[in-house]
Ligand binder design. Structure first.
Ligand SMILES: O=C(O)COP(=O)(O)O
Ligand SMILES: [Mg+2]
Length: 233
């Protein structure tokens, strides 16, 4: 890992599944939203497979999942239409509940704070880039004492497209004043790795996050760590 770190000036760090285990917050906020809409509940393992492509994608996936499991499940076309019909109210309720629970059911992964401190001590400039809305990400990082590590925090709404598109990484490199080839992406899923490959950034993945239910070592990357404190020069 130290050879990789010697080749970079900056790092872009993912949030959910990389720095903070937020599954408890997602489960709580989604559970409250589904109860408000009088829809069936959803289990945490299913939620975990849906996390990573932003809140809009998560909400649409959850709505379709619970509607498909209902007693009188609609056909595929009706499922899409019903989910779309429910979406505006679901989004309003979900946002309300997520902001209320943000951080309460989440925990910083072991080694994450130490890893960020080591990267800063090595002189790397840091940005946090997540598909989570910026208004969810900033209070979460602040509540967990991680915000001050970052020169920039960009959420899924900050750019025209989200990871796995390379655009958010390229624009974050620009904000950091660092060339993509000299900027390390640190993430937990194929979204992060694909975006990094397409942007020309080296990429390291953690083994403990949310990779859509797939083993993370199947994802093409330059390295894998069990813990962010392994990232030192
Ligand atoms: O989809 C999400 O909200 C989580 O996204 P992240 O893994 O990019 O932080
Ligand atoms: Mg992630």
């Amino acid at each position: 890992m130290s050879a990789l770190l010697a080749r970079v000036d900056a790092a872009i760090v993912d949030l959910d599944g990389t720095l903070v285990d937020t599954l408890g917050d997602f489960a709580e906020a989604l559970g409250r939203m589904l109860a408000d809409l009088q829809l069936p509940a959803i289990d945490t393992a299913s939620i975990e497979r849906m996390v990573g492509k932003g809140s809009e994608h998560l909400l649409r996936s959850v709505l379709k999942h619970v509607l498909a499991g209902a007693d009188q499940a609609p056909g595929a076309t009706d499922l899409e239409a019903q989910a779309e019909r429910l979406y505006p109210q679901a989004w309003e309720r979900y946002q309300h509940h997520y902001l209320a629970v943000n951080g309460q059911f989440a925990r910083v992964y072991p080694g994450a704070a130490e890893g960020l401190a080591a990267l800063r001590a090595a002189g790397l400039r840091l940005a946090c880039l997540t598909n989570k809305p910026t208004d969810f990400a900033v209070p979460l990082l602040r509540a967990k004492g991680l915000l001050e590590n970052f020169e920039h925090v960009f959420g899924g709404d900050a750019f025209a497209r989200k990871k796995p598109d390379p655009l958010p990484l390229l624009q974050t490199c620009e904000a950091l004043g660092s060339a993509p080839a000299r900027t390390l992406m640190i993430g937990d899923s194929s979204n992060d790795a694909q975006a990094a490959r397409a942007a020309g950034c080296p990429v390291v993945l953690v083994g403990y996050g949310y990779n859509h239910g797939r083993p993370v070592r199947e994802v093409d990357a330059d390295g894998y760590v069990d813990d962010l404190s392994e990232l030192r020069r």
